[in-house]
Design a protein around this ligand. Sequence first.
Ligand code: GLN
Length: 288
Amino acid sequence: MIGFNLNKAKRHFTEALAEVFPQREAEQLMRTLLEDLFDIDLKRQLLEPELRIDERQHALLESAVKRLLQGEPVQYVTGKAHFDGLVFQVDPSVLIPRPETEELVWKIAETLPADQPLRIWDVGTGSGCIAIALAKRLPMAEVVAFDFSEEALAMARQNAESNGVDVTFVCDDVLHPQSEEWHQPVDLVVSNPPYVRASERASMERNVLDYEPSTALFVPDDDSLLYYRQILKLAKSQLNPDGVLWFEINEAKGHEMLLLCQQQGFQARLFEDFAGKPRFVHASRLLP
Ligand code: GLN
């Protein structure tokens, strides 16, 4: 018979993974590989116990398992990440979308009207996950997504296309804004900028440090809110009177962020993430 019995291959590779990962995680990783590499979900595996994979698929699994054992995040191995029910292509030029950021999108979508023509900025879009998920949830919105990395934008553009939404992507560094887009009025500004302090490196996982783009993660300890300050400055002149800002932040910086928003003329509130950590900031103009 040609190829390999899937269940047998699955057992073999799960065992290999379980040498390094806890059993449940090894099983979950295997499930992710089969779904995201071959589109074979658990249901199909149960319904078709004699399912076979060919030589090429077996070799692909072998190399995927090797990469996982070396510590590479599974999303880079498969090239896919799931976010807000959508599939995003990812590679090491973009940060892997995090569940916290998904929560941020839910919070925003909950509080904004889906039937109004809002203008949205997503500053530091990376894979495009926030911009694209919002464009999907708010079909009347016009979404502009900025990033300084051409590589990230190429990925984000593909993601907008594969998810069937229109987003305007702009290559610009928010710290040195050149684009005309920053001079347009805006109703919602959202950003998950780099916010991990360099000194926090020591407590981070190797798979993040070794594989994810450090420019999307790190900020200097002595000026860790620099992106927010700059975004607030731009928003100060461009945000419509009833416009809002939503940020994802470093859990250690909640109070400083509230203060910064106030200093820049905004009233702000902190929200916790699912783990109970202060993770999101909502800000709007201070009423005169
Ligand atoms: N939450 C990310 C992490 O776990 C950091 C994201 C960011 O810097 N914006 O590392």
